[in-house]
Design a protein around this ligand. Sequence first.
Ligand SMILES: [Zn+2]
Length: 215
Amino acid sequence: MQNQNNEPKFEILHMPPENTNSVLVSVGDDAVIFDPWGHPESWQNLIEQRGLKLRAIYITHGHSDHISSAPKLATEYDVPWYMNHADNDLVMWGNQLLDFFQIPRIEPGYRQPTDIGAGTREILHGVKMDVIETPGHSAGGLTFYFPDFGILLTGDTLFRDCVGRCDLPGGDENTLKQSISKIYEMGLPDSTYVVHGHGIDSTIEILKKQNPYFE
Ligand SMILES: [Zn+2]
């Protein structure tokens, strides 16, 4: 069956064990995944059950709770996984966290990510995405903005009430502050829907009112 609805669709997915906000963008059967947390088999089941054709994977930053399924899915479906190269060293570093969650480790020889930096690109059938470099939580942190849909994915740079930690490898407090200013200074509409790496979603209006770091 062909999916007749070709309107781009954005879905926030909480794959078990619930921890991270993953995002699935689809147009018809074609799909792109952001931050595929969880067990690769969960994603494969979802993809097969829904008959999706995975086209690419995008990563806000290289911590294991955002990339756990990326190398495996990239290999399985022969698609690129895009991540800023400054986070390449974090890929294996996070394996202990995966042990804790009983998710398969990323093994040596994993499929390498494709570097991505600032710029605008079309990710799927007319869906345009601005990539903003927002280091500080990690060295290669990225924020993704979809201007035609008013949706912003901040990863762990910014949360509804606070900001990401900067005490992990590659983290830096001043850099994080500058990155948050960069997002603030984009002057996005108040109604912009903001999906964070963890926790409850917000809007630019909510961030202005509730998040003391958003300035
Ligand atoms: Zn993180």
